[in-house]
Design a protein around this ligand. Structure first.
Ligand SMILES: [Zn+2]
Length: 134
């Protein structure tokens, strides 16, 4: 008599070569196959990968990307503003003119890869998209 096995998950993880999370993050691609696009809009995640079918509906990056963007941009802008202030002592409007666009553009540029990176790490460590044996 054959032993009873639980049903196999719909997609076996080892069917896909490991995608480095940094590569998936920078390319904003699926953390499992590395080919499917992760976003449908600026920051809206697809419900499933268009290439491998990974269910992305359970992803939950939450506020993580915003926190990391605030930390990175804050460190960069405060450092640059202090440097400019010490070297040139410009009026306040020059600081506003310099740093406000940098913060806005930097946040927009950084949020997508940061979100993709957190989803890739979530996939790697929590096995997003797989069924756990019960
Ligand atoms: Zn995929």
């Amino acid at each position: 008599m054959a032993p009873v096995r639980p049903a196999d998950p719909p997609v076996v993880i080892r069917d896909f070569p490991a995608v480095p999370p940094l590569r998936a993050a920078l390319a904003c691609r699926c953390p499992r196959c590395g080919q499917g696009r992760l976003f449908t809009g600026l920051l809206k995640v697809r419900p499933a990968c268009e290439v491998c079918g990974l269910d992305l509906s359970a992803q939950d990056a939450g506020d993580g990307p915003a926190v990391f963007a605030i930390l990175f941009l804050g460190m960069l802008v405060v450092g640059l503003a202090a440097l400019v202030e010490i070297r040139f002592s410009p009026p306040v409007w020059v600081h506003l003119l310099l740093w406000a666009p940098l913060i806005l553009i930097g946040a927009i540029v950084m949020l997508r890869p940061l979100k993709a990176g957190l989803i890739a790490l979530q996939y790697r460590h929590r096995r997003l998209g797989t069924t756990s044996p019960t």
